[in-house]
Design a protein around this ligand. Structure first.
Ligand SMILES: C[S@@+](CC[C@H](N)C(=O)[O-])C[C@H]1O[C@@H](n2cnc3c(N)ncnc32)[C@H](O)[C@@H]1O
Ligand code: SF4
Length: 386
């Protein structure tokens, strides 16, 4: 039997509280009321991690991502405590990337130095826009001056690996305003930019009551095309639907998701995906979603919200759902290694996608064409089990 090596492993840690819930956001984030139980929550994270450890014995962790919610609400001492506990239980690869998501309205002076001492080496800022009126309409707790100040504080603390999240197609936003947002971002010289189209997600305030002045589809498309060009001109190469980076500064953690790598998901509502044993069974596991319930249940069997095996028949679809988001596509060899399926199993959908001009294949590398990137959902659907 062929020796099977599992894909690289990442660690995702969910920190679920925010100062205020934004009206467009459907993440598992909760308005924090009163004093937040940071210490108890970190204890719960460690119990949660201990429970999952047998699933990843002996494997190295290649990246850690503190996502939210607003992780920057947590004192650096608690982030430090978690990282120390995690690194004593898991093997941390040398120079691993450790990212912490930060809301510029919840970024205190002095904290970045302490996050750095704790081991965090990448900060991802939720900027959204540099236009104060847009920020107000989005219900953000910060203005543009605060956003710039927060980024500079991080840079002063020695961070050069920064991501800025911007959203476009905002209520009342013109093409010129979206361009201006990018110019303000470029002036801060981040290594990485995420540029998301604002979407109306079910179970959000905006979904129930859409804001006025949303750009129509054509205008949103114009903004996207123009901004892609501006990003490229400024030295940010697009490598995924919404991700752009300077040379060599792609996000290792997100790349691992998109390559169908493995990840442990720790924290309220966190999702994990793990390849198990010689058979390379693939397990998806998620945790209790509500923070209060999570605090009580983490580390106990009931703290596991659910477990699901990905059947071999479904693996090609799930692999493509991720890999075809990448501009560079994927190597057929990686498909075989990480799904434990032979490349022949996707021969006919691949041939059909090539015929339709959606994918090209050169020397074992499958790459989406521009047309394919426009119709990703249709391309991915070809790989559904029939
Ligand atoms: C979990 S948030 C992390 C940052 C932090 N919580 C904040 O908002 O400052 C991740 C990013 O997803 C993006 N996002 C959230 N909801 C979105 C939506 N409905 N449409 C497009 N992007 C969205 C935002 O750019 C946000 O910064
Ligand atoms: S701060 Fe971030 S995670 Fe929190 S509600 Fe707003 S967008 Fe969502």
């Amino acid at each position: 039997m062929q020796m099977l090596i599992p894909p690289p492993l990442s660690l995702y840690v969910h920190l679920p509280w925010c100062v205020r819930k934004c009206p467009y956001c459907d993440f598992n984030s909760h308005e924090g009321k009163g004093a937040l139980p940071f210490e108890d929550y970190v204890d719960a994270l460690i119990r949660d991690l201990d429970q999952d450890l047998p699933l990843v014995w002996g494997r190295s962790v290649h990246s850690v991502f503190f996502g939210g919610g607003t992780p920057s609400l947590f004192p650096a001492a608690q982030i430090d405590r978690f990282l120390q506990a995690a690194s004593s239980r898991l093997r941390f690869a040398p120079n691993l990337e450790i990212t912490l998501e930060t809301n510029p309205g919840a970024a205190e002076h002095g904290r970045f130095e302490d996050y750095r001492s704790a081991g965090v080496n990448r900060i991802s800022f939720g900027i959204q826009s540099f236009d104060d009126e847009c920020l107000r309409r989005l219900g953000r707790i910060h203005d543009s001056a605060q956003a710039e100040r927060a980024v500079k504080l991080a840079q002063d603390a020695g961070y050069d690996n920064l991501n800025l999240d911007l959203m476009y197609a905002l209520p009342g936003q013109t093409l010129a305003m979206a361009e201006h947002d990018l110019q303000r971002a470029f002036a801060l010289q981040p290594a990485h930019m995420s540029h998301y189209q604002l979407t109306m997600e079910p179970n959000t305030v905006f979904f129930a009551r859409p804001p006025q002045g949303l750009p129509d589809e054509d205008s949103a498309w114009d903004i996207q095309e123009r901004c892609q060009q501006l990003l490229a001109d400024a030295g940010y190469a697009q490598y995924e639907v919404s991700a752009y980076a300077q040379q060599g500064r792609q996000c290792a953690h997100n790349l691992n998701y998109w390559r169908f790598g493995d990840y442990l998901g720790i924290g309220a509502g966190a999702h994990g995906k793990l390849t198990l044993g010689a058979e390379q069974d693939i397990l998806r596991r998620w945790k209790t979603r509500h923070p209060t319930k999570y605090l009580a249940e983490a580390g106990k069997p009931q703290g596991i919200g659910g477990d699901e095996r990905i059947s071999p028949g479904r693996r090609p679809f799930e692999f493509m759902l991720n890999a075809l988001r990448l501009n560079g596509g994927f190597a057929l060899e990686d498909f075989e290694t990480w799904t434990a399926l032979p490349r022949d199993s996707i021969q006919s959908p691949l041939a059909l996608a090539r015929e339709r001009g959606w994918l090209v294949e050169t020397a074992g590398q499958v790459v989406p064409t521009e047309l394919g990137r426009r119709f990703t959902n249709d391309v991915v659907a070809l790989f559904l089990e029939r």
